[in-house]
Write a protein that binds this ligand. Structure first.
Ligand code: GLN
Length: 503
């Protein structure tokens, strides 16, 4: 075990806090200093050290009253563990912007359910993390908010290579974990925003089954797809956070499922002897970069060594997931974002002639280009005359994509493949080309459209020494299986323990 607090896993740090060898205040102070020393990465958009330290003091008071854990005791509490939240979760102690000028300076009167659940488990909040505006993007280049230490909006940098993107939209989240500015964080995934940045930054992240985590207090992008999940260095750490943040929220999120919270840490060590891993042919075709393919292939060989069996499968509508997602997500976004009109909260234009002019100017000033693009596409595909041709067709194909997965799961237990076709690209390389960004989402969109759980785990390195992630997709409520398979892999490999040279 290293002496540096930021090198510890969540599990190790939590044990140290329990044994009172370190206090929650000491841990919080250590990470706050480290965040300040690494502000050039642009990962955080808001901090409030007094609020963080007040939470840490409260955690220390709880720890003082708790009986010390016996060695070997199963460990379940996060009391005093510092974490950070993607800036799409509303928080009482910190402003919430969702990366948008529209919400700059917005102060929520309540906490998102995910934030509340993690706070109830004892976690201490270090701050809020940069992200693409309203979680729309794959490179975190769409944020309109200046990170801490900057006067103007600036891209989040990938800790493995500061001239590369960290992925998106949870780019600040992934960069913070990779640079060890927080042992774990939250992210959201609508079409890949937990898995892809986790892959680009060499960390582990999981998006649960749609409906397992409450969406209450998550700034909405596409409500039938949005899910929250944890990002950390290992599957073991993700399991601890996921157990705390999932669970029904019937009074506040009508799509939250009546499935009780589960202890995802318990089955981590189960044998994976005989596990059938489905390998979709469509995930390994043209367009997959050779360096990513090599790392993914090598990790699948490792799984075979661990006793798993590789089963060829087909997900024939993989390619269609791009047009289907980029119709459905903007359609829902155009409706969700109609609430930002300058009346109730957020930005309001200064000079306007009348109410209609106020709406127009407020929205023209408050939204960035990518958000406007999606509002226009969404409004178009929902409009009379085009609804049947686009939106309805997309919904039908979405159902077929979900059916294809059920067909595949007849012959396998989990599905494995790449997370993204390439490693993290250079800053600015695709920022002028929205389609290039959309196409890079091809391997994460299918599971999102089907509402299935998916995760990314570090699986090696590719071009430029950049991390490559392996994606595991499970059937509905298969999170425990995924985390178990990921944990066994992480016990046999050390990709998740490597750290960027510059950090
Ligand atoms: N990259 C996808 C998009 O731009 C997914 C984003 C997300 O999952 N929030 O919509």
């Amino acid at each position: 075990m290293s002496n540096e607090l930021h090198d510890l896993s969540v599990v190790e740090l939590a044990a140290l806090l329990q044994s009172k060898k370190v206090s929650a205040v000491e841990a919080a102070e250590h990470f706050l200093k480290r965040m300040a020393d690494h502000s050039h990465l642009g990962a955080f958009v808001s901090i409030h050290p007094e609020a963080t330290l007040a939470q840490a003091r409260a955690a220390d008071a709880v720890l003082a009253k708790q009986a010390p854990t016996q060695p070997g005791d199963p460990f379940k509490t996060l009391t005093g563990v510092p974490i950070a939240h993607k800036d799409v979760f509303v928080t009482r102690d910190f402003p919430t912007t969702a990366g948008s000028k529209m919400l700059k300076g917005y102060q929520s009167p309540f906490d998102a359910t995910v934030v509340t659940r993690l706070a109830e488990a004892g976690a201490v909040t270090l701050g809020k993390l940069n992200c693409d505006e309203f979680a729309m993007g794959s490179a975190n280049e769409n944020s309109a908010i200046a990170p801490i230490g900057f006067d103007a909006p600036a891209p989040v940098r990938n800790p493995w290579a500061p001239d590369r993107v960290p992925g998106g939209s949870s780019g600040g989240s992934a960069a913070a974990v990779a640079a060890r500015l927080a042992p774990a964080v939250t992210g959201t995934d609508t079409g890949g925003s937990i898995r892809q940045p986790a892959s680009f930054c060499g960390i582990t992240g999981i998006k649960p089954t749609y409906g397992r985590a409450s969406r209450y207090g998550m700034v909405a992008f596409a409500s039938s797809l949005d899910q929250a999940g944890p990002m950390a260095r290992s599957a073991e750490d993700c399991a601890l956070l996921l157990s705390a943040l999932c669970g029904p929220d019937p009074d506040r999120d009508a799509t939250s499922l009546d499935v009780p919270a589960e202890d995802f840490s318990r089955p981590l060590n189960d044998s994976i002897e005989g596990l059938r891993i489905g390998i979709p042919a469509e995930f390994f075709g043209e367009g997959l970069a050779p360096d990513v393919r090599a790392a993914v292939d090598a990790s699948l060989k490792e799984y075979e060594k661990l006793g798993a069996k590789l089963v060829p499968i087909s997900l024939p509508r993989t390619e269609l997931s791009i047009p289907v997602y980029y119709i459905i997500a903007p359609a829902e976004a155009s409706s969700n974002l109609s609430r930002f009109d300058g009346v109730k909260f957020g930005h309001r234009a200064k000079d306007y002639a009348d109410l209609t002019d106020m709406y127009k100017k407020t929205r023209a000033e408050g939204f960035g280009d990518e958000v406007k693009r999606r509002i226009m596409i969404g409004t178009y595909v929902l409009s009379h005359g085009y609804y049947d041709a686009y939106y309805l067709q997309a919904q039908k194909i979405r159902r077929m994509i979900a059916d294809d997965f059920q067909q595949a799961f007849q012959n396998c237990d989990v599905i494995a493949g790449p997370v993204a076709p390439t490693v993290a690209w250079k800053l600015g390389e695709k920022s002028a080309d929205p389609l290039a960004n959309y196409l890079a989402d091809i391997f994460t969109l299918p599971a999102s459209l089907a509402g299935l759980p998916g995760m990314s785990l570090p699986a090696g390195f590719g071009e430029g020494g950049m991390p490559v992630g392996l994606q595991l997709i499970g059937n509905y409520f298969g999170e425990a299986r995924l985390l178990n398979a990921a944990h066994r892999f992480q016990q046999a490999t050390d990709f998740h323990l490597r750290q960027p040279g510059s950090i």
